[in-house]
Structure formats: structure tokens, C-alpha cells
Ligand binder design. Structure first.
Ligand SMILES: Nc1nc2c(c(=O)[nH]1)N[C@H]1C(S)=C(S)[C@@H](COP(=O)(O)O)O[C@H]1N2
Ligand SMILES: [Mo]
Length: 410
């Protein structure tokens, strides 16, 4: 069992205090931008300020202030397969986010179709058997800014994702404590954040009971060996390995076992995708059947070379990056410098588990100096290969296409 002494203090002190808390209570950074990052989105505007002013965060790309939407710069992903907590992306739907949580009085309530409702303190949860897992947290709308034609919603580049080693307890263990009643079908999760507008739907998400009890879905109290940053869901959040992060409910305080399907706004109306392969429909299509977004798909990103960079010519240009299998491991990543006509295999880095990012490194042959379009294509352990044509849907969800990085060699 891994030990986290500072977390074991959790019953004795408040976790958010001092400077961090002051900054958190503002949750509105100084307008002064330090630098800008160009996300290179088609149709622009693609320049964004970076910010250091949110609690526990530094060097983030500022997408929105209230609620905070902070994107991770691509260069961070070149430094390792685990995304540092202070550069892990942030996304909230409502700006009414607690800025202070008393770890001594915090409770996770489990109720609904259960034999015995339970109310768990953080000390209770920390005393339970622990599980640890590496898993990628990717927003359903990651890379939405690359959709052509463009779609409404946060215009993210590729940085609405991150990978961490999550430490916590199995959701199944907690459901078993309460005892799920026969006939229950789903489990709904709610956090401490609240809508800012009266009558607007509080953010909550559900999983089927079987999924919730699969032994992999977990409640995390630490990421990468530290307590969760406030903005990533302190003190606990749901981890749904292989599924898009809309289900990874932060500041989790309420678990309700449901006797029927969840027909609330965030399941029935929002985050619905076409039922077609890769959720792909023709731009402008209407009235297609939909389902709640669910499993992730294979993706790969070149991180050793920035899109738009000028680099020294080499007959074999080294290219590296990160890949994910989606809801499975990474089988291979191949590189192309000729628009996908020929592919060169890469070496994969250490396997940190099937839900983790995996490093790849290889090289592409270059006949001459000049502009070159580089592609990295992931094949999942289940044989699923990234497509060369972009998928499209009106929500801007689940981008899957092989990405292209343009560089000039001189
Ligand atoms: N309580 C709560 N949890 C939430 C959300 C939210 O608005 N409130 N947004 C979800 C969405 S859509 C995403 S992309 C992830 C973002 O997780 P992160 O901010 O830790 O990166 O949180 C998920 N969990
Ligand atoms: Mo998201």
C-alpha cells in the first residue's frame, strides 16, 4: 500500500488555506496575460493567454475564467506520460464552485435504492482498501476547435486531457457497504458545485449499475501522489477508466442508486452523440438517433515537434509523442511523412496500464528540406485504428482522426 502522510492528516486540518484559498475565493485571475499560445485552430481566433493565477495551477492556457476552463500546453505532454497536477487541465460547467472545503466535516452520502444509506467521512474513505490506476482523463470536446465546419462550445486545442496515477477506493466497495437493492439499474453522481442561475440543472452524471460495480470505476483522493487540486475535484472525484471525463464527477459528495434510468438533463439531453461509428454524421445532419457519450477511442499526438515549428533538416527526422488506446491499451503507433501513403513503426515506451498514455518514438525519412506534414497513427490493443478522415458531429465530441503536425526543415 502506498503511503501519503499528508493525506492521512486529512481528518485533522483544513486543506485549503492561506494564499491558495485567497486565490481560490476569487477564482477570477488578474486580467494581465503573461504570454500567449497559438492553438492553430482552423478559422481562428486561435491565440490564447496563459495564466498562473488559478489556485494550484501554473502555465495554463486560459480558455474561460468563469467557470474556469484551463487547457494544458502541448509541450507539457512531451515531458512524460503523467501530466503534472499543476498543469492538469480544468473544466467546470458552473462557476459556483466551493472555494473552501473542510476536510473534517466533508461527507460522501450514498442513498437511494440501497438497504442502508451511508454517510462517509474522508477518514472513513482513507481507511478503506486502496486501489491505484493510471488513466487518461479526456474531455468529450477535446480538440473541438479543430472541427471543420466549426461547432459551438469551448474551442479547445488538444490539451483538454491529462493522464495521472489515481489513488483511491473502488466504487464497488462503497456500493457494497450500502447494499444495492434488487432491481436498481443506475447510479448517479453529484458534486459540491452548483448552478449560478436559478432553476438551471445541477451537474450530475450516471453510470449503469453494472458499470458502476465493475471494480475499475473508482473514487480517487489522490493523483500523482498528491491530494487533488481544488480545481480537479478536491477532496474526491470519480474515475471512470476508458470513458470520457464528463463522467469523472469532481468534488463528489452524493451517490444515488436509481431504480430506473436517469432522465435528468446531463444524461438525457447533454453529451449525446450520434449512434454511428465514431459518432460521425454529415455536417448539417439532423434528427439522427443519439446515445450518451461513452468510451474513448485511440488517439496519438506528436509532442516532440510543435505544429508550425522550423527545425534543422535530418535525413531521418526524429518524431515522438504520446498515444492512448481509448478504452484499451496501445498496440502500436506508426508515423507518416507522405500523407499516409507509407508508415514507419515506432518504439513504444513503458506500459503504465491500458488506460494510460504511452510514449512513442521513431523517425521519418525526409528526401529534401522544406515543409513536411507529419502524422502519427495509433492502433489500439483491440485492433481499432485511427481514421485518416475527420469525424464530425454538432457537439464537437470524440475527435478521432490522425492529427497532422506541419513543420519546415531547413
Ligand atoms: N462536479 C463536476 N464534475 C465534473 C464537471 C463539472 O462541471 N462538475 N465537469 C466534467 C467534465 S465535462 C470534464 S471534461 C472533467 C474535467 O476534469 P478536470 O477539470 O479535472 O480536468 O470534469 C468532469 N467532472
Ligand atoms: Mo468535458
Amino acid at each position: 500500500m502506498t503511503k501519503f502522510p499528508h493525506l492521512l492528516d486529512i481528518g485533522r486540518r483544513r486543506f485549503l488555506s492561506g494564499a491558495g484559498l485567497v486565490a481560490a475565493s476569487a477564482l477570477a485571475p488578474r486580467a494581465l496575460a503573461q504570454a500567449t499560445v497559438d492553438l492553430r485552430l482552423p478559422g481562428g481566433p486561435s491565440s490564447r493567454p496563459t495564466t498562473d493565477t488559478f489556485p494550484g495551477k501554473r502555465g495554463m492556457i486560459l480558455q474561460r475564467t468563469r467557470p474556469p476552463l484551463l487547457e494544458t500546453p502541448m509541450s507539457v505532454f512531451d515531458q512524460g506520460v503523467f501530466t503534472p497536477n499543476d498543469q492538469f487541465f480544468v473544466r467546470w460547467h458552473w462557476a459556483n464552485i466551493p472555494t473552501e472545503i473542510d476536510a473534517t466535516t466533508f461527507k460522501l452520502n450514498v442513498h437511494g435504492a440501497v438497504n442502508k444509506p451511508v454517510s462517509l467521512s474522508l477518514a472513513d474513505i482513507l481507511a478503506m482498501p486502496r486501489v491505484q490506476m493510471a488513466a487518461v482523463n479526456q474531455c468529450s470536446g477535446n480538440s473541438r476547435g479543430l472541427f471543420v465546419p466549426r461547432v459551438p462550445g469551448a474551442q479547445w486545442g488538444h490539451g483538454a486531457m491529462g493522464n495521472a496515477k489515481w489513488l483511491g477506493v473502488s466504487l464497488r466497495h462503497i456500493l457494497d457497504l450500502a447494499g444495492v437493492k434488487a432491481g436498481a439499474t443506475a447510479v448517479r453522481f453529484n458534486g459540491l458545485d452548483q448552478p449560478v442561475v436559478d432553476g438551471a440543472p445541477d451537474f450530475s452524471k450516471s453510470l449503469s449499475l453494472d458499470h458502476a460495480r465493475d471494480g475499475e470505476v473508482m473514487i480517487a483522493f489522490a493523483m500523482n501522489g498528491e491530494q487533488l487540486p481544488l480545481l480537479n475535484g478536491f477532496p474526491i472525484r470519480l474515475i471512470v477508466p476508458g470513458w470520457f471525463s464528463t463522467y469523472w464527477v469532481k468534488m463528489l459528495s452524493d451517490i444515488e442508486v436509481l431504480a430506473g434510468p436517469d432522465d435528468s438533463y446531463w444524461m438525457a439531453k447533454a453529451y449525446k452523440i450520434p449512434t454511428t461509428p465514431l459518432a460521425n454524421v454529415a455536417p448539417g445532419a439532423k434528427d439522427f438517433p443519439t446515445e450518451p457519450i461513452n468510451r474513448m477511442v485511440p488517439r496519438a499526438w506528436i509532442t516532440s515537434l510543435a505544429d508550425g515549428a522550423s527545425v534543422a533538416y535530418q535525413p531521418q527526422l526524429p518524431v515522438g509523442g504520446i498515444a492512448m488506446g481509448g478504452d484499451t491499451g496501445v498496440a502500436r503507433v506508426d508515423l507518416s511523412a507522405d500523407g499516409g501513403r507509407t508508415w514507419a513503426p515506432t518504439r513504444l515506451g513503458p506500459d503504465e496500464g491500458k488506460y494510460s498514455f504511452r510514449r512513442f518514438d521513431g523517425a521519418v525519412p525526409l528526401a529534401a528540406r522544406g515543409p513536411v506534414a507529419l502524422m502519427a497513427r495509433c492502433t489500439g490493443a483491440n485492433g481499432v485504428v485511427q481514421p485518416l478522415a475527420a469525424n464530425w458531429n454538432p457537439g464537437g465530441f470524440m475527435r478521432a482522426v490522425v492529427e497532422t503536425t506541419h513543420v519546415v526543415t531547413a
